[in-house]
Design a binder for this molecule. Structure first.
Ligand code: SAH
Length: 207
């Protein structure tokens, strides 16, 4: 077994204390995080912490990606909208769970979107769709989504994202200006959100 593979399966094992969904742990054990981080950070790719990825942005810590995947309760075939592609790592983990062709991701910085596309392509997740633009507007062409999540912190769930999520679907985001809370919301038939607070978190702000 190659050293990267060994490090990655050890990381997935360590996350078992925080995440019980075995399909999520298998996804973490599959996605080559070292291919997504900048070359000079590769040695840290399988430590459980966020890393800088350029343009002042960061790749989330693996445990946060795993916790979000578990909270989203993803199944094969779910249509998923991600806001904040970054380096594409989180999108790849989601792709493991729902299938790459079902993942749509919007990234504000065109340079990051381009790089993420290239990395997703060479790592076998080329069917993930990435677009550069303002994630607050969502991606209406492929709506409705079963699941919508943000990897950057917003004051509130942006209206277009709520609209583009189907009734009975789930939204997940870090919400708050200063102190952020990870909020999971189920969209009710009347369009209102049924929220649950999953604790304090720290993400880069939505632009
Ligand atoms: N999921 C990413 C983590 C990205 S950090 C990964 O696995 O690497 C959050 C990302 O959100 C950054 O790349 C940032 O540029 C992006 N972002 C911030 N505001 C945004 C907006 N309004 N629309 C889309 N993306 C945004």
């Amino acid at each position: 077994m190659a050293d990267w593979d060994r490090q990655r399966s050890r990381l997935a094992d360590r996350l078992r204390s925080r995440v019980s969904d075995e399909t999520v742990l298998a996804a973490i054990a599959s996605v080559p995080r070292h291919r997504f981080v900048p070359t000079d950070r590769r040695h840290d790719a399988y430590t459980d912490r966020p890393l800088p990825i350029g343009s002042g942005q960061t790749i989330s810590a693996p445990h946060m990606v795993a916790i979000m995947a578990e909270l989203l309760d993803l199944s094969p075939g779910d249509q998923v909208l991600e806001i904040g592609t970054g380096c594409g790592y989180h999108a790849a983990v989601t792709a493991e769970l729902v299938g790459p062709e079902n993942v749509y991701s919007v990234e504000y910085h065109a340079s990051l979107a381009d790089e993420a596309c290239d990395t997703l392509e060479v790592t076998g997740y080329g069917d993930v769709s990435v677009r550069a633009g303002d994630g607050k507007q969502g991606w209406s062409e492929h709506a409705p989504y079963d699941r919508t999540y943000l990897t950057c912190a917003a004051p509130e769930f942006p209206g277009p994202l709520v609209d583009q999520t189907r009734d009975g679907g789930v939204l997940l985001a870090p919400l708050g200006d200063g102190q952020q809370r990870l909020i999971r919301a189920e969209k009710q038939a009347d369009g209102t959100l049924n929220r649950a607070d999953h604790g304090g978190v720290r993400f880069v702000p939505l632009q």
